[in-house]
Design a protein around this ligand. Structure first.
Ligand code: ADP
Ligand code: ADP
Length: 238
């Protein structure tokens, strides 16, 4: 489903490769956790997949299409199948939970909707269902500033659900949350992953969380893949 061949990512004015000749194939249904110390290349890896970061060389094939060769217009279409959950939530300030969920998912296609918050009845209905799915229906009319960190991340997940994703990407989605909230966010992501039969690729620096939830773990060090295997094979010091 996602085949990465000889991927190199090098940032301008740097000597090292942030991703160094990576080869890996990930399949639908896998819940992949990505481990590695800060600076190992986890974030660069995730952002190369949805092309927030342009690779230096190599190929990234998503369902047979090489994303590194796509025009920006075609990439936009493909990107709509990929959702990203961020460490810092990336919510729109001063908007309510409901407005954030809908604007994030449907606002992009018609920017004017951002200004007026006009959505079809069907979109509103889907928005409410997504909030129910993440357990936030009672908070729909709260401003996002009033939420806890875990609740903010649930808004991020509800917004992602409205895109009907096939691929769930997480760039340290629980790094700013406490341990019990982190576990609940992982439980939610895993439930959604299973219900929708996604491919999920989640960066996490907590080895225990990865071992508990992942079906497959990969680990980076200095941009190189140093582990690819089952959770029970992971060395705790990774
Ligand atoms: P991780 O997510 O594992 O912490 P990153 O992918 O953020 O790792 O970083 C991998 C390497 O690339 C690090 O050496 C980091 O300093 C470098 N790097 C990341 N982003 C940039 C950037 N925008 N410009 C230059 N170097 C970067
Ligand atoms: P986070 O833990 O949220 O990834 P970081 O401190 O690793 O935070 O990175 C914050 C931002 O800075 C990211 O957008 C990353 O790409 C960028 N960045 C990281 N390392 C470097 C670097 N060496 N040079 C320039 N930008 C970097």
């Amino acid at each position: 489903m996602l085949t990465i061949q000889d991927l190199v990512v090098q940032y301008p004015k740097t000597e090292e490769h942030a991703i160094d000749h990576l080869n890996v194939t990930l399949e639908k249904g896998e819940f992949v956790c990505v481990l590695g110390k800060s600076g190992a290349g986890k974030s660069t890896f995730i952002r190369s997949i949805n092309r927030l970061q342009r690779p230096t060389s190599g190929t990234i094939k998503w369902e047979g299409t090489d994303l590194t060769k796509l025009s920006e217009a075609k990439m936009r279409r493909v990107r709509s199948e990929m959702v990203m959950i961020f460490q810092h939530f990336n919510l729109i300030p001063r908007m309510t939970v409901f407005q954030n969920t809908l604007t994030g998912a449907f606002g992009r296609r018609a920017p004017y909707k951002n200004l007026f918050g006009i959505f079809s009845e069907q979109e509103k209905k889907r928005g409410f269902l997504a909030l129910e799915e993440v357990g936030l229906e009672r908070h729909a009319n709260k401003r996002v500033e009033a939420l806890s960190g875990g609740q903010k991340q649930r808004v991020g997940i509800a917004r992602a659900l409205l895109q009907d994703p096939k691929l769930l990407l997480g760039d340290e989605p629980v790094a700013s949350l406490d341990p019990s909230t982190s576990r609940r966010i992982f439980e939610l992501m895993k439930r959604i992953h299973e219900e929708r039969e996604l491919l999920s690729i989640i960066n996490v620096h907590d080895v225990q969380l990865a071992k508990e939830f992942a079906t497959r773990i990969i680990a980076f060090r200095d941009g190189k893949l140093i582990f690819d295997g089952k959770p029970e094979e992971v060395d705790e010091r990774m």
